[in-house]
Design a binder for this molecule. Structure first.
Ligand code: CO
Length: 169
């Protein structure tokens, strides 16, 4: 296993639409392992391939980082339905120390391919539902600050520019 470098907001890859994975092989399984290790070592609850510089439709999630790891690997995932929008704070490993309130579904149905190549559907709720939506957004070149009102997003971008200048990003 290996810990990979996580790219920060500003890297063009975070804005690109990712490519579907056509074959689930050992390379994909190794990638999933590395992504999980990277996520745990960064104390994150989710990580998407563009964040480690790969434009592929794969993300990993574990919303219970309590020592009993329960990893979920989603390949070519899609949100097929959602209900009950709620506003909650969120962050992102590509936006260190930035937390903002975002409105998302509290319950979603996700269709994906698992690490054995089987097509599955899961129902996610609460924190897990939020993580699924956040990570699947990454696969579509979208990030959480896109949901903020213009004025707020501009403030966040200003803060990021300030930190970049200070070499603190
Ligand atoms: Co993120």
């Amino acid at each position: 296993m290996a810990i990979l470098k996580v790219v920060k907001y500003g890297e063009p890859i975070l804005r690109q639409k990712t490519q579907p994975i056509t074959e689930i092989n050992d390379d994909v399984r190794k990638l999933a392992e590395d992504m999980l290790e990277t996520m745990y070592s960064s104390r994150g609850v989710g990580l998407a391939a563009p964040q480690i510089g790969l434009s592929l439709q794969i993300c990993v999630i574990d919303v219970l980082p309590d020592g009993k790891n329960r990893p979920v690997v989603l390949i070519n995932p899609k949100i097929v339905s959602g209900e009950n929008k709620i506003e909650q704070e969120e962050g992102c490993l590509s936006f260190p120390k930035i937390y903002e309130k975002v409105k998302r579904f509290d319950k979603v149905k996700v269709e994906y391919t698992d690490i054995n190549g089987e097509i599955k559907t899961i129902e996610a709720q609460g924190f897990f539902a939020k993580a699924c939506q956040h990570e699947i957004d990454h696969l579509n070149g979208k990030v959480f600050i896109d949901y903020l009102p213009d004025w707020k997003r501009k403030l966040v971008e200003k803060e990021i520019r300030r930190r970049k200048k200070a070499k603190n990003w």
